[in-house]
Design a protein around this ligand. Structure first.
Ligand SMILES: [Zn+2]
Ligand SMILES: [Zn+2]
Ligand SMILES: [Zn+2]
Length: 316
């Protein structure tokens, strides 16, 4: 059995405030942190809805963004290749990370609650801890509250997320290299036009002159053009490596936060409050328990209400 490792690198920027739990500093800055957090959440909510499409320059609802790209390129007479960069950029946004994180947690929570309701369903529950099927049927992994399963699923998902980001950077680099090559080609065409005007005749001598000029030009620019490409690539590799490392630290900070939030006892408590005291009390509990919104399955949907009823029957 392989237990995934959750990286423990210090968080960057504002996440520090929530992740570091540095006692004294936290007390002193409590108000400032609360204000910063409110501002951040407000901003997050505002940004949550749309994403700008750089092909048509329109704001597109995020849930429709991926489906929007190809038809948009077609309508705007662009090659489908033009959708690749926006696609991988979008796939590696923090928004998508949150969505995927939420989906994993939601799935594991529902599976787990199902088992609380009906032990027979344990065979359907995701498991990374039990060594044999019988151990699992016996519920040996239940006390772990799916923490380990969550870490494993999250680890896989984060790897994929970073892979999307890497693809995004690679595609950007390719495009920029293509643009440099195109600029070199344009210079050649410009020179060719001039030369053709200077030697317009349709005879062997003129043709020889033209070819000689083309050759001279090629020889003259070969070295500086190659140098330009090499310099660009060295710069891009360095710059993208730096961006990749930054993204990785960001994602790791999210991972550490999420690992801390995966607490099914609290989710069950949340659901009980929701059942007994209503939506407002549950939201209060949610806010005071979890530093970011949407950490528990949406209690307004029908499936969740079903589980609430189930837990009610079991725990009353
Ligand atoms: Zn568009
Ligand atoms: Zn198990
Ligand atoms: Zn990769």
């Amino acid at each position: 059995m392989e237990i995934p490792e959750i990286p423990n690198i210090p968080a960057q920027g504002f996440l520090n405030n929530f992740l570091q739990g540095d006692g004294e500093a936290e007390e002193i800055n409590e108000q400032a942190v609360a204000q910063a957090r409110d501002a951040m959440l407000r901003q997050a909510r505002q940004q949550v809805d749309t994403e700008i499409c750089l092909i048509c320059n329109q704001d597109i609802v995020r849930t429709e963004f991926l489906d929007h790209l190809e038809p948009c390129a077609q309508q705007n007479g662009k090659d489908v290749k033009e959708t690749h960069i926006p696609k991988y950029r979008f796939l590696s946004t923090n928004y998508m990370l949150d969505q995927k994180m939420f989906a994993i947690r939601d799935e594991l929570e529902i599976e787990f609650l199902e088992v609380l309701w009906d032990k027979e369903t344990v065979h359907k529950m995701h498991c990374v801890l039990c060594k044999t099927y019988n151990e699992h049927l016996n519920g040996d992994c239940v006390p772990n509250l799916q923490k380990q399963a969550f870490l494993q699923k999250m680890d896989q998902m984060l790897n994929l997320h970073m892979c999307y980001y890497e693809t995004h950077l690679e595609l950007k680099k390719e495009r920029e290299i293509e643009q440099i090559r195109q600029a070199h080609e344009n210079e050649f065409e410009k020179m060719k036009k001039e030369v053709d005007q200077r030697f317009p005749s349709d005879n062997v001598i003129a043709e020889q002159n033209r070819q000689a000029e083309y050759r001279d030009f090629r020889e003259r620019v070969a070295e500086p053009n190659a140098k330009e490409l090499q310099e660009y690539m060295a710069h891009a590799n360095e710059e993208y490596r730096r961006q990749y490392e930054f993204k990785k630290r960001q994602v790791e900070a999210v991972a550490r936060r999420e690992a801390g939030l995966m607490d099914l006892n609290k989710v069950i408590e949340y659901r009980k409050i929701l059942r007994d005291q209503g939506w407002e009390a549950a939201e209060e509990f949610d806010k005071s328990t979890f530093p970011t919104p949407q950490n528990v399955p949406d209690a307004r949907n029908e499936e969740t209400r079903k589980w609430l009823g189930a837990i009610g029957r079991r725990q009353d």
